[in-house]
Design a protein. Structure first.
Length: 574
C-alpha cells in the first residue's frame, strides 16, 4: 500500500485503511476499515474468507497534537469452515494494533505504562490528561500492572546487597536486594523473614558475596540460603554502632566539656564589669559607687525548667523499663522480631537495647542545651542594670523595648525573677548567654571525638584537648574510636583482634558490649574491613524506593511497587 500523508501521520498495520477523519465531541475520530481478504481462526489457525458480519470497535489511540484520538474500527467476524474446529464464528484479530476486547491500542497502553512507571497513579493521570490521553488513574495503574517486571539475567549476579525498607513505618518491613556490581535493583520481597531471604538466595547459587546489615534475620537468611557466599557486615553500620556506643558512654558517664571561659575571680569580675560598663554607649546613668562584685556560678547551659526536667526523667524511666522488658523477653528465647511485635518499638531500638546491658538504676535524662532566646542580645544590658540596682522587670522591659527588643514582657520578668532567686542582692558578671549555651551536648562531643585531628580547626582542637584532659576513660574511648576508624579506613584487618582485646579490657561497659557484638559477627566484620562492598548503594536504592512509595499515595499494593521499582532500573537515573 503506498504511503499517503495521512498514513505517515497515523501509521496503521497492513490491511487497515483510513476512510474518514472527523471531529467528535471529545477529540478526533479516525474511521478505519479492515480490507484484508482473509483472517485466521484463533483456534485452529486455518484462514477463512467467509465473512459472517461486521461490527465496530472504538479503542482510544495515542493523542493527535494533544487532542484525544479514538479509532472507529470497522472489523469483521468470520466463519471457521474447518469441520472439527469447535469455533464456528470468530472475530478478526489485529494483534499489531489492539488486543481482543481492549479499549486502548497497544501503543497507547505502552505509553501509559511509561507514564505510570515514572509518575505513579495520580501523577500519571494528571500527566496523561494534560497530554490528551484522557484516562483515569485506575487505567494507568492497570496498564503498569499488565507489564511483566523486567528480570535481570540472574545467573550473572555475583555480589548482592540486602537491606530492609519500611512498608508501614515501624510496623511492617520488606526486603530489597540490589546487584552491587551493576547497581540495579534485583528484587523486592514483601517481608524480611529468614525464609523469604534464604529462598531467594538459594535460587541464585552464583552469588559469591552478600553485603548485609547486622540484623539477625539477614545473618540467618544469608547463612541458610547462600552458604557458599562470603557475608559482609555493613561498614556504615559499624561506624554508626560504634558512634552510638561512644554516645551512650558520654551520656551515662555524664561527660561534659568544662565551660568555655574560665570562671572569673571576684576582682577580675569587677574589672570585667568595669570593662563592660566603660564600653557601653550610655554611661550617664552609671552609679559611681564601688560595686561589690560577685561572680556567681554560671547559669547552667541546659534547660532546667522543673516541668521539662520532670518530663525528661519520666521519659528516661520509661525507656529504662522498656530496656528491661527487651532483655527479659530475649532471655525467654524470643527472637528480635517477636520482641519488636511484643513491645511495639522500632526494630533498631530493640536491637540497640538487646545489645546494651541494662543499667542498674534508671539513667539520668540526657541534658539538652538551652535554646537561643530573643533575650540573648539584651542580657548584657539587663545585667548591667541589675548591677546598678534595678530590680523592676516591667521597667527593664520598657527600656529594652526602646532598644528594639521584640520579645514578650514575661520573658524579661522571668529572667529577673531568676536573678532574684539565685543571686539576691548581688551583682553579676556579664557572660553572654549565647556563650554559655554553646556548651556541647553528648552528640556534639561524640562528633568531636570521632573526627580526625587534622580535620579540626584550632578551636575544636583545644576543645578536644580539654575534653580529653577530663578523664582517662574519655582518653581511652577516644583512642579506641580513632583506632577502629584507622582499621576500617586502611583495611588493617590484622589489627582487629588486638583492638577487640583492648576494647574488652577497657573496663568501659559500653565498649565491652560493642566488642562482644563484633565477635558474634566476626567473619562478616573482617570481610567488611577487607572487601570494597558496602551498603551505600543499597541505601541509595532504599531512598529511591521511599520516594516512589510516597508518590503512590498508598494507593498501590506491593506488586505494583515492586513493578515500578524494577522498571525504574531501565529509566535514566534522577
Ligand atoms: Zn477454526
Amino acid at each position: 500500500m503506498p504511503k499517503t500523508p495521512v498514513s505517515i501521520l497515523l501509521p496503521l498495520p497492513r490491511g487497515l485503511k483510513i476512510t474518514l477523519i472527523s471531529e467528535g465531541l471529545d477529540g478526533v475520530l479516525v474511521h478505519v476499515t479492515s480490507v484484508r481478504r482473509q483472517a485466521k481462526c484463533p483456534l485452529c489457525q486455518a484462514p477463512s474468507r467467509h465473512i459472517h458480519s461486521r461490527y465496530c470497535r472504538t479503542p482510544a489511540d495515542q493523542p493527535c497534537v494533544g487532542r484525544p484520538l479514538r479509532l472507529l474500527l470497522n472489523v469483521r467476524k468470520f466463519f471457521c469452515k474447518v469441520v472439527d474446529c469447535p469455533r464456528k464464528v470468530f472475530t478478526e484479530r489485529l494483534p499489531e494494533l489492539v488486543e481482543p476486547s481492549s479499549r486502548l491500542t497497544i501503543r497507547l497502553r505502552s505509553a501509559l505504562q511509561q507514564v505510570g512507571f515514572t509518575c505513579g497513579g495520580k501523577g500519571g493521570e494528571r500527566l496523561a490528561t494534560a497530554l490528551g490521553m484522557g484516562v483515569s488513574d485506575t487505567t494507568v495503574l492497570w496498564s503498569v500492572q499488565l507489564e511483566q517486571a523486567p528480570t535481570t539475567a540472574t545467573d550473572q549476579v555475583r555480589v548482592v546487597g540486602i537491606d530492609d525498607w519500611s512498608w508501614r513505618r515501624g510496623q511492617s518491613y520488606g526486603t530489597i536486594i540490589v546487584d552491587l556490581e551493576r547497581r540495579r535493583v534485583l528484587d523486592l520481597l514483601p517481608d524480611r523473614s529468614v525464609e523469604a531471604i534464604s529462598t531467594w538466595l538459594a535460587a541464585h547459587p552464583c552469588i559469591e558475596v552478600v553485603s548485609r546489615d547486622r540484623g539477625a534475620n539477614y545473618v540467618e537468611g544469608a547463612t541458610k540460603g547462600a552458604p557458599q557466599a562470603t557475608q559482609v557486615a555493613d561498614r556504615w553500620h559499624l561506624y554508626k554502632n560504634l558512634g552510638d556506643t561512644v554516645e551512650s558512654f558520654l551520656v551515662r558517664a555524664r561527660v561534659r566539656l568544662a565551660d568555655e571561659t574560665p570562671l572569673l575571680s571576684a576582682e577580675q569580675g569587677g574589672e570585667a564589669l568595669a570593662a563592660v560598663l566603660s564600653s557601653s554607649s550610655t554611661p550617664a546613668t552609671l552609679s559611681t559607687s564601688p560595686v561589690r562584685s560577685f561572680v556567681p556560678l554560671p547559669r547552667p547551659a541546659i534547660s532546667t525548667k522543673p516541668l521539662r526536667l520532670e518530663q525528661s526523667k519520666a521519659r528516661a524511666q520509661r525507656k529504662w523499663q522498656l530496656h528491661q522488658q527487651v532483655h527479659s523477653l530475649r532471655s525467654q528465647g524470643l527472637s528480635l522480631h517477636q520482641v519488636v511485635k511484643e513491645v511495639g518499638l522500632a526494630r533498631n531500638t530493640v536491637r540497640k537495647y538487646a545489645r546494651q546491658p541494662v543499667p542498674a538504676v534508671p539513667p539520668e535524662p540526657t541534658l539538652r542545651p538551652r535554646r537561643a532566646s530573643v533575650l540573648d542580645s539584651y542580657e548584657e544590658y539587663l545585667l548591667r542594670r541589675w548591677n546598678e540596682g534595678c530590680r523592676n522587670g516591667a521597667l527593664l522591659f520598657g527600656e529594652i523595648r526602646a532598644q528594639g527588643y521584640t520579645g514578650g514582657k514575661t520573658v524579661v520578668k522571668d529572667y529577673i525573677r531568676y536573678l532574684r532567686k539565685h543571686h539576691p542582692s548581688q551583682t553579676i558578671s556579664s557572660r553572654p548567654r549565647q556563650q554559655r549555651s554553646a556548651s556541647a551536648s553528648p552528640r556534639e562531643l561524640r562528633w568531636l571525638l570521632a573526627r580526625q585531628r587534622e580535620d579540626l580547626d584550632e578551636e575544636q582542637q583545644s576543645r578536644l584537648n580539654r575534653l580529653l584532659a577530663g578523664s582517662t576513660e574519655v582518653q581511652q574511648i577516644h583512642a579506641l574510636l580513632q583506632n577502629f576508624h584507622v582499621i576500617l579506613r586502611h583495611k588493617q584487618h590484622e589489627r582487629l583482634d588486638c583492638w577487640l582485646e583492648q576494647a574488652q579490657k577497657s573496663g568501659i561497659p559500653e565498649m565491652r558490649s560493642f566488642a562482644l557484638g563484633i565477635r558474634r559477627d566476626y567473619e562478616a566484620v573482617k570481610a567488611a574491613i577487607l572487601l570494597p562492598w558496602s551498603q551505600g548503594q543499597t541505601e541509595g536504592q532504599v531512598n529511591k524506593l521511599k520516594t516512589l512509595k510516597r508518590a503512590m499515595f498508598g494507593r498501590a499494593g506491593f506488586p505494583l511497587l515492586r513493578q515500578r521499582m524494577l522498571q525504574s532500573n531501565s529509566l535514566p537515573a534522577g
